[in-house]
Design a binder for this molecule. Structure first.
Ligand SMILES: [Zn+2]
Length: 489
């Protein structure tokens, strides 16, 4: 399908990755049905010209000599989906721990995700990337890691995302205060060694260094400060995050009020809500995107709207662990921007954004009047434009000036045959199985379902003995987790 040498773009791990500028050059996607929902919900047959990773023209375009061409007749071209909340570190946890409470889930997650070696971090990222590319996701916010971090972990995760070919915003996940919301009553936090708070002094040294090393050179890779949850962070750390973000024009990503216990504890500790505390600290802005955002009071929703914050809906994860239901109709009615995520594989088993879109659109239909339903268009917008806002990048549309993240779906597939209503079919019918080719930042990273950016077979082979190694290495954490889970039962 592609008439020039793509092998040279494939990323040898040792040789490093060619910069997007070198790889991007020019690309012509020819003859696809092009969907830009912001302009027209009905796709038209068009060509897409891309230069240096940016869409420069859409229409009937004569190819210039030597340009790389993707023949896309019989394909639907739509904007790459944005998974606005996931955790690469839990990529190996599919199917684990059915019917656990949130604290029990969190403790077992520590056992599964702590002390990963740099190579294991790389493998979890690439496994995540395989699943996302295969299901039409071109960009993600990775909230990483679950425990204290150093430069080695961040170099490993960002190097792997660079290798993956996806667009990623790495949320530097931190906490410098207690994980009080998941400790059983009366249990000493000291027992939870992997969740000892990371001193703010360490974070003040590390985070600016990570920004200067990684938030610099490639449009595909950005980083941001990312509280584990604001209530697991001190005032000083939250103020530091806001200042760092303002100084370097970064986003801020966080978990927010996933559980009722978190909401109750905030009231007890601060005399207000989690968001009320952040407002009093003066740190809220449109840089913030907050995963879950379930246990919000009316005033919180007003605050989010006023500051232009983005709520990241994770409908399947929230249902899987019984956390609650986000007030999506209220958020949309208040004008809050909503993005969509799967959450990590630990809480959600997969990273399939078509499932998340479908769940978001279906979730409120049995309890809300029709006028307040989340439409297919709303759900698709969350997974594209909403995610773009959370990542602070010009993506999520196929239009000149936007970065070229494009999904090509085969129109000869059951979910898209016949083409009745494209957006409804992408949300309600499609599973990701029709996705054939993925273009990220103007570079073909998967072609005819074969990943070009890295060696998929090598990833699966290298992963084979990782679970057993982790079990042995983290035997103390598995024992501790099982004790805490039993105490919580
Ligand atoms: Zn999460």
């Amino acid at each position: 399908m592609i008439n020039s040498q793509l092998a040279s773009q494939s990323n040898g791990r040792s040789s490093g990755v060619p910069s997007d500028k070198a790889a991007g050059a020019s690309l012509l996607v020819r003859g696809a049905l092009v969907l830009d929902p912001a302009l027209d919900p009905d796709p038209r047959r068009r060509d897409i010209l891309i230069r240096d990773g940016v869409i420069t023209e859409i229409g009937e375009i004569a190819p210039e000599p030597g340009i790389e061409i993707v023949e896309a007749a019989g394909m639907l071209a739509s904007p790459g989906l944005v998974n606005a909340h996931m955790h690469s570190q839990s990529a190996l946890m599919a199917g684990f721990g059915d019917s656990l409470s949130h604290p029990a889930f969190m403790w077992l997650t520590q056992a599964h995700t702590s002390r990963l070696t740099p190579e294991e971090i790389r493998l979890t990222v690439l496994l995540s990337a395989i699943q996302m590319l295969r299901t039409g996701t071109s960009a993600a916010i990775d909230h990483f890691p679950g425990q204290r971090f150093g430069m080695a972990e961040m170099d490993a995760v960002l190097g792997a995302w660079r290798e993956s070919g996806l667009r990623v915003m790495l949320g530097m996940r931190f906490f410098d205060d207690e994980f009080g919301d998941i400790l059983p009553e009366g249990m000493d936090a000291g027992a939870a060694s992997v969740l000892k708070p990371q001193p703010l002094g360490e974070l003040r040294a590390l985070m600016p260094e990570i920004v200067s090393r990684w938030h610099c050179c490639e449009n595909r890779l950005t980083v941001c400060p990312a509280p584990s949850h604001p209530d697991r962070c001190t005032d000083a750390a939250l103020i530091f995050s806001a200042e760092l973000a303002a100084k370097h024009d970064l986003a801020i990503h966080t978990h927010l009020l996933e559980t009722r216990r978190q909401a109750d504890m905030a009231r007890e500790r601060f005399g207000t809500t989690s968001l009320g505390r952040l407002e009093a600290l003066g740190v809220l802005s449109d840089r913030w995107s907050s995963a879950h955002s379930i246990w919000l009071e009316d005033d919180d929703i007003a605050l989010m709207a006023r500051h232009g914050m983005i709520a990241v809906h994770n409908p399947e994860s929230n249902a899987r662990i019984g956390a609650g239901v986000m007030r999506t109709p209220d958020l949309l009615a208040a004008g809050v921007a909503v993005a969509l995520g799967t959450d990590g594989v630990g809480a959600n088993d997969n990273l399939a954004m078509h499932e998340a879109m479908r769940a978001a659109a279906l979730l409120h239909r049995t309890s809300e009047p029709r006028a307040r339903w989340v439409s297919a268009g709303d759900a698709f917008s969350m997974a594209t434009a909403g995610g773009a806002r959370a990542m602070r990048q010009p993506i999520g549309r196929l239009a000149p000036g936007y970065r070229a993240d494009i999904v090509l779906c085969n129109l000869r597939s059951p979910p898209l045959t016949p083409l009745n209503n494209v957006i409804s079919q992408l949300v309600f019918a499609e599973t990701g199985a029709s996705v054939e080719t993925m273009i990220v930042e103007g570079r073909v990273v998967m072609e005819n379902r074969r990943i070009l950016a890295f060696d998929e077979a090598e990833v699966f082979a290298a992963l084979a003995d990782v679970p057993a190694r982790l079990r042995a290495r983290n035997a103390d954490l598995f024992t501790q987790a099982e004790r805490i889970v039993a105490a919580l039962a």
